[in-house]
Design a protein around this ligand. Structure first.
Ligand code: ARG
Ligand code: ZN
Length: 877
């Protein structure tokens, strides 16, 4: 394996380019096999650039056919081109036009970066460094230029020709060719460039902004899928309205286009005025999409749209600042969903995602700060830390500053930095200036990796009516960061009295305590509350006010008390989870079962189910035990995933077994004849009903038959798929037959095939691996499609902890062999799947050794991509 340390890029080395690109004229001659790109770049030296200093442009897999400056062809000695770029040795010391003609082959572009062909459609993905695979350029986010794009293609092969901005001309040419010219008036970095050419259907609509600009909206897709784009369009219009209302941000062009393509490396891309989407995040109809799919589409449509301001109008100075746009935009899409649906349910779901995707990253060999200071391969930093933890950091800012203070800062951000490529420092500065606060210590959240552990313990003295809370923070070392600074941690809290009502206090000393929040700034604080009439139970970290692991001296009874009385829905949910977590951890340690706590948890679950003041979606989240990975992380070392799995399943039976009759009654009552709609009300109802069904599969002998029955009679994909997952994951007696039916019933729908693949990959039984191998070895399996590959192998590595970490190492070896193979075609998919190994250092010795062996064998491969070798090198430390 190449180690490529020479390629490491450091934040401290940032310097602007010696040249600026002012405007770009591109002319694409699109045709099967070879596409020609003529680029005219208007370039000028920046102030202070040595006259004649070399101009180094990025370029990859380009064939240079012509090169000229101001119309005069360059002699061979005036430039040098190699596999990474083109250097003009002594360019003019004034504004000039560099013209290049290159040819590229989108058809063979299996990396899906740059211009490629997906199901006959030409499309692009440029973020972060794909534009250099289209033409020679200063391919970095701090080079902002206006773009004019002319495209020519066969009128039958590509009747639709799209690029960024507004359409300024189009027409027919000889030989069945036609052309279109698009112009984007907003200067932008190359990573936001996009074009699409192909034979596509579309749906259209319009939106009128608050100030009266009429915007033409369109969603383009494969013919025949048009009616499946309606939900995405609806989501887009709601997003546009929300950003005006909540952040005062209007759309700024006359058109907004979205294109759905079937081969795409990740979710979607916010190219200016021309978002390109993985089609799984556009298409929805009740028969083939689940409620979760509908919610995901709504969320990602909103996310990409919100980037128009947080990402496009204000972009990143360099890729170290990625969370400037991603963390902030995830925060914005979370707020959108919270406003459109249920805030508390959204918060719980987001915390579940954070804990299952980001916490393990932060606790393992791939840990990095939201703003890293070095990288070998930037594609490997589109991570849960940059996205989800980045959003948590923004959320803490809003928590600390209050809604009004946060909005003042955002307003100043848009006012001060519109049109710029900027940094995290500039982002923090607007909040400091708008609120007259110092965020120096807060910045640590961006600079340091690792999830802080916050430990709290309390004591009460009845005689003096004083209540003491002692709190401290500790962050374990992460790769490259042995020492950790103290962070500012907002701990939203309340005290609850013996009757279940909130309790006040007379005075408080020893820490920064606001009405409903403790702000911890030091390593530890001892707070004394006076005038506390009786011993309270503290509700801590309400709403999950900071991305930390909380440990307390609360008893199981305290937790059960909170589950019943806390006014904060998040903490009611959390309290129940904590009771279950302690019980599973205990069981894995081989301690005698705390029968009283099990009974009490069972009763609490029963109360939750019966409680009419809770909504269904909340109940669906509450009637569960913490997932196995969370248990593993809580245990922390020498983890045996099989033992955790067994203990968790036993507890599920013990807690929910006694409730089966009640659950069945509720299940029957929740059935509905209403025609399917992805509304919050219906979604919650189905979520609870399907949750009960899944619980019964584990806790009742009749559960498997119930699941099979639900599968057969389902009238929408949400219910059908929930039953398939429950049966498939548990690998019930019917599982194979249901899977076979599912495959036939939806033959020809690739997105439903992904669902089928994922269930196959997550089955808990020993046979799963050989079944996956058979699926993958089928010559008809689409070996280059990221969705298919991730659904099968990604689901196995990330979503089947027991079989992936099999003690005989077969799961590990299967994944590393897959990675080695896919890496030759699509390094991004390979590297992403490999991150499933991030839990390996925590495993017990046999599994740990097996994982290490598989990784070391992979490392012997000489030809790994930079993407995969970077992950591998960090994984092995
Ligand atoms: N900027 C896109 C978004 O909205 C994602 C781009 C992902 N790129 C990557 N190389 N993984 O989040
Ligand atoms: Zn994004």
């Amino acid at each position: 394996m190449r180690t490529d340390t020479e390629h490491t890029i450091y934040l401290k080395d940032y310097a602007p380019t010696p040249y600026r690109i002012v405007s770009v004229d591109l002319d694409f001659k699109i045709a099967p096999d070879t596409t020609r790109v003529r680029a005219q770049l208007t370039i000028e030296p920046r102030e202070g650039t040595e006259p004649g200093a070399p101009l180094a442009l990025d370029g990859e897999e380009l064939k240079l056919e012509e090169i000229a400056i101001d119309g005069a062809p360059l002699v061979l000695s005036a430039y040098a081109a190699d596999a990474t770029g083109l250097t003009v040795i002594a360019p003019p010391a004034r504004r000039f036009v560099l013209e290049t003609l290159v040819s590229i082959t989108p058809e063979t572009n299996t990396k899906l970066m740059g211009l490629y062909r997906s199901s006959d459609v030409w499309c692009t993905q440029c973020e972060p460094e794909g534009f250099r695979r289209i033409t020679y350029y200063l391919d970095r986010p701090d080079v902002l230029a206006t773009f004019k794009v002319r495209m020519t293609a066969d009128e039958t092969l590509a009747p639709v020709l799209l690029a960024n901005g507004n359409l300024v001309a189009r027409g027919s040419l000889d030989n069945g060719q036609h052309f279109a010219v698009w112009e984007d008036p907003f200067p932008k970095p190359a990573y936001l460039f996009a074009l699409v050419a192909g034979d596509l259907g579309s749906i259209t609509d319009t939106y009128t902004t608050g100030s009266g600009r009429k915007v033409d909206l369109a969603i383009y897709c494969a013919h025949g899928k048009e009616e499946q784009c309606a939900w995405a369009m609806d989501s887009l219009k709601r997003s546009m309205a929300w950003d005006e209302k909540r952040f005062g941000r209007e759309y700024d062009l006359d058109v907004f286009n979205i294109v759905a393509v079937s081969d795409f490396n990740f979710g979607a891309m916010e190219n200016k005025g021309l978002n390109i989407f993985n089609d799984r995040l556009v298409f929805a109809k009740p028969e083939t999409a689940t409620d979760a799919d509908y919610e995901n589409i709504e969320r990602v449509i909103a996310h990409e749209y919100f980037h128009n301001w947080t990402g496009n109008r204000i972009t990143c100075r360099d890729w170290f600042q990625l969370c400037l746009k991603e963390g902030l935009t995830v925060y914005r899409d979370q707020e959108f969903t919270s406003d459109e649906r249920s805030r508390s349910v959204k918060r719980i779901s987001d915390v579940l995602t954070l804990r299952s995707a980001q916490f393990p990253e932060d606790a393992g060999p791939l840990a990095h700060p939201p703003r890293p200071d070095q990288y070998r391969e930037i594609n490997n930093f589109y991570t849960p830390t940059v996205y989800e933890k980045g959003a948590e950091v923004v959320r803490m800012l809003a928590t600390l500053l209050g809604e009004a203070g946060f909005r003042k800062g955002m307003d100043l951000y848009f006012e001060r930095h519109d049109g710029e490529a900027t940094t995290i420092e500039a982002f923090l500065k607007v909040f400091e200036d708008a609120n007259e606060v110092d965020l120096g210590q807060f910045k640590t959240w961006y600079l340091e990796a690792g999830t802080p552990k916050v430990t709290v313990s309390d004591t009460y003295d009845a005689e003096s009516q004083t209540y003491r809370l002692s709190i401290n923070q500790e962050t374990a070392p992460t790769p490259g960061q042995p020492e950790k600074a103290d962070r500012v941690i907002p701990v939203a809290f309340g005290l609850i009295g013996p009757n279940g009502s909130p309790m006040g206090w007379k005075g408080v000393s020893g820490g920064e305590v606001r009405e409903d929040m403790i702000v911890l700034r030091d390593k530890s604080a001892e707070m004394t509350f006076t005038g506390v009439a009786s011993k309270p139970v503290p509700s801590l970290l309400r709403g999950f006010s900071a991305p930390v692991n909380l440990a307390t001296n609360l008893t199981q009874n305290d937790r059960l008390f909170l589950a019943q009385h806390d006014s904060d829905p998040f903490n009611r949910w959390q309290a129940l989870q904590d009771v279950g977590l302690a019980l599973i951890v205990d069981a894995v340690a081989g301690n005698e079962a705390d029968e009283a706590a099990i009974l009490a948890l069972s009763a609490a679950m029963s109360d939750t189910l019966a409680n009419n003041s809770l909504d269904d979606a909340f109940k669906a989240l509450a009637l569960n035990l913490p997932d196995e990975q969370l248990v593993g992380r809580t245990i922390g070392k020498d983890v045996d995933p099989a033992a955790i799995h067994t203990a968790r399943k036993a507890l599920l039976k013990a807690v929910f077994g006694p409730l089966v009759d009640r659950m069945y009654t509720a299940y029957a009552t929740l059935a509905s004849e209403a025609p399917y709609a992805p509304t919050t009300e219906q979604t919650g109802r189905r979520a609870l009903r399907n949750r009960l069904m899944a619980l019964m599969v584990t806790a009742s002998p009749n559960g498997p038959a119930l699941a099979a029955d639900q599968y057969r009679h389902a009238t929408n994909m949400t219910d059908r798929f929930a039953a398939l997952v429950a049966a498939g994951v548990a690998w019930t007696a019917d599982a194979a037959a249901l899977l076979a039916d599912f495959r036939l019933r939806f033959a020809g729908d690739p997105l439903v095939f992904d669902k089928w693949l994922a269930v196959n990959a997550r089955a808990e039984d020993e046979g799963v691996l050989s079944r996956i191998e058979i699926i993958l070895d089928d010559p008809a399996f689409p070996k280059n499609n990221p969705n298919r590959l991730r659904s099968l192998v990604g689901s196995f590595a990330m979503g089947n902890p027991v079989q992936f970490t099999r003690a005989d190492g077969a799961g590990f070896r299967f994944v590393t062999q897959f990675v080695a193979d896919v890496d030759t075609r699509n390094p991004q998919v390979a590297a992403r799947v490999l991150t499933g190994f991030r839990i390996w250092p925590m495993l017990e010795a046999t599994r740990r050794e097996a994982a290490r062996e598989a990784l070391v064998t992979l490392k012997e491969n000489e030809n790994l991509s930079r993407n995969t070798s970077d992950i591998l090198a960090r994984m092995l430390g």
